[in-house]
Ligand binder design. Sequence first.
Ligand SMILES: *[C@@H]1O[C@H](CO)[C@@H](O)[C@H](O)[C@H]1NC(C)=O
Ligand SMILES: *[C@@H]1O[C@H](CO)[C@@H](O)[C@H](O)[C@H]1NC(C)=O
Ligand SMILES: *[C@@H]1O[C@H](CO)[C@@H](O)[C@H](O)[C@H]1NC(C)=O
Ligand SMILES: *[C@@H]1O[C@H](CO)[C@@H](O)[C@H](O)[C@H]1NC(C)=O
Length: 835
Amino acid sequence: MLLFLLLILQTSAAVGQIDPGHCRFPLGMEDGRVKDKDITASSKWYETTGPQFARLNREDGDGAWCPEGQLQHSDTQYLQVDLSVLTFLTLVGTQGRYARGLGKEFARAYRLNYSRDGLTWKAWKNRQGNTVIEGNKNTYAIVYKELHPSIIARYVRLIPVTELSSTVCMRVELYGCPWHDGLISYSAPEGQLMMPPGYPPASLNDSIYDGTHERRPLFGGLGQLTDGVVGMDDFLLTHEKQVWSGYDYLGWRNDSQGTQGHVEMEFVFDRQRNFTSMKVHSNNLFTRGVKIFSSVSCWFKPRLIANWEQEAVTFRTVLDDRNPSARYVTVPLNQRTAKALRCRFYFADVWMMFSEISFQSGENLHPDLKTSTQGIIPTTPLITTAAQPAPSANDPTEETNTPILIGCLVTIILLLVVIIFLILWCQCVCKVLEKAPRRILDEEVTIRLSSCSDTIIMQTPPVPPRTGHAPTACGGGYAEPDVTQCTPHQSFHSNAPHYAETDIIRLQGVTGSNMYAVPALTVDSLTRKDISAAEFPRQQLIFREKLGEGQFGEVHLCEAEGLPEFLGEGSPLPDRDSRPVLVAVKQLRADATLQARNDFLKEIKIMSRLDDPNIIRLLCVCVSSDPLCMVTEYMENGDLNMFLSQREIESTLTHANSIPSVSLCDLLHMAVQISSGMKYLASLNFVHRDLATRNCLVDRRLTIKIADFGMSRNLYSSDYYRIQGRAVLPIRWMAWESILLGKFTTASDVWAFGVTLWEIFTLCKEQPYSLLSDEQVIENTGEFFRNQGRQIFLYSPPLCPPSLFELMMRCWSRNITDRPTFDGIYQTLRRHVRA
Ligand SMILES: *[C@@H]1O[C@H](CO)[C@@H](O)[C@H](O)[C@H]1NC(C)=O
Ligand SMILES: *[C@@H]1O[C@H](CO)[C@@H](O)[C@H](O)[C@H]1NC(C)=O
Ligand SMILES: *[C@@H]1O[C@H](CO)[C@@H](O)[C@H](O)[C@H]1NC(C)=O
Ligand SMILES: *[C@@H]1O[C@H](CO)[C@@H](O)[C@H](O)[C@H]1NC(C)=O
């Protein structure tokens, strides 16, 4: 129950700062909120392919915008959209000219230019510096591209790019949310290079800054401080893959040139605003010489051409030598009116590092709902305060604040009282859930896109299922999973923690459910007899690539030298044709808590006893010294989600182009193998808790093994629902009782299996419930609980045989006893393969 309330609280909490994960509202190309006059172009071929027809999913005119003539490689033709307000853009969707089947033109690639004032144009670059975005492959499918980094702009130009001379046509939609901060540029000294001993150098520069580096180091642009990505506690770690350490932060050293004990920054806004506060997300890893600023003074200017006003606002922080977490420091700006601000941040230590700065001014406390996208965005001012990182009791930076904060605290306390009252009420009458809001069905469902990767392809119109390719065509060539090894092991009981994620375990503990009953293993009590895996020499692991990271550790892809010899006879490794053996190495961070360490050792202990052809195997460990590592199999085709999303269903058509394909029969075989692996886990009363295609690995012969790295991978972060920025839940795969009651059982794994099956038969082209926001998914869970026929089920994928969809639906039964067992599922699926 508390979990449920927590979820609701957090739901509305993303208001204060922009969260790119939630800022994905369509901005009005398709539904007409962007007016025809605001869509222009460098040229058009005919009146009927003018810019006003460049609206996604619409078939007006001749079905799209087409620039004049054949486009050459060197040409720059563009479509320009004026969004009429400053907007935070996170996603672009493009489509070709379908024209009810007559169209043939689409843009295979394009570039983006944007502008905040309509005068200076900037070219968008991704984090690796590439400007060209991959576009459409046919005339009807929408291709969505995430903008990493996101853009703050009012005007956007889409510039189609071609290799060969050809005709192109485009329809587009832009996604994002209003930029209430109103900041149009900041200037600052360029960030510096840090050489931490024993680590690679950390480049604390502003690499995505879109201003100039000419007149002053950073001038006239926005960048790292407004990209919506908050840095981690350890500034050497980053959220993005393939960037350097220190990427998320802009940082300065106190004694370098240009910084004499302070750093001066200027901020320019779109118009005069009454400023309430400024929030500076600042690192505080004092063990490496980084602290939040000791004080800040800000000066104000009512117009750009004016003198700075004499009177400054000065704010002293209370320094914190106990908690090394990065945090938002809120600086009150006393309702001063200005169009530009100049702030001087004073050093408290050798280094000062910021990852985000946001401003709260008169208007954005009460945003005008008419200008925001139809008021979709939750705007309860009460909840706004909860958006600040939980101000722990010993976090003095937040204490020295004005009456506003006191007011907020009072409201929070009142809120807590209300919550406690609600809980008591619920225990007596248990009516609260019955009254949970029913917005989903009573109102129009607002479409929000969430992707399972950077690109999602939605078929409009859907490609009809291939007839004549029934699962009957299944030939041999597959190794049938060997199920004779499923001998129950006495040491497993349903209290065993999920072997991956310590966060969830903790969460369960908080909600008071049954999950925390495992006696804590201490490091000393771990003896060799607990671990049946052998100790591998650490220096023989050669780092190849980072697969992901979680709060307490990282997963690396490594080559393991001499591993087959090390494992000797009966080694489970596949034939490798003298290629290096790839393994996944999960490594605990050196500064992990004791709790995390114990969980990690427990995980090793449990994994070393799992032995099934469809479960990833623990090969060896490195636990004789820190950092602790476990080495598991890795499979060359990567995870099933990646694997399927890059494929199409086999047909005579696909032979013509180069997209690799899979057959329906392959899909069925995958499902059989997953059910077989889950059957094994279930026979040990072992609850996986995070079954999904992203957690299944595939090898060359399409053998599937169930693993559990999903949660630690940035790539799939949108599949998880974040609580307080830390704990994450795969809500789209979770049974109602797991979300509402925190109950995880084999039956909830069965539910997740149903969703996984659905993913397989949509070829992972879409996230489950992709039209529902996270909040709506949780609301839908309430409907599953009430079971009054208002719940929304996943649709039947076009490829899926009806009997299989029936199986999925049984997996999503409200009553646990109505759900099939894994044994039953396995038998049913096997019958399909044989049929
Ligand atoms: C796009 O931006 C770049 C960089 O500012 C500029 O050189 C180019 O001319 C722009 N192109 C268009 C079509 O605006
Ligand atoms: C920032 O630092 C990185 C790594 O040292 C470097 O590759 C990049 O070019 C720098 N960016 C800018 C804008 O100076
Ligand atoms: C800002 O606040 C002052 C007084 O509180 C008020 O007179 C002024 O109109 C406000 N300015 C804006 C731009 O809202
Ligand atoms: C600046 O750094 C030096 C060491 O380089 C240190 O001794 C000094 O105290 C720092 N200044 C402040 C204000 O922290």
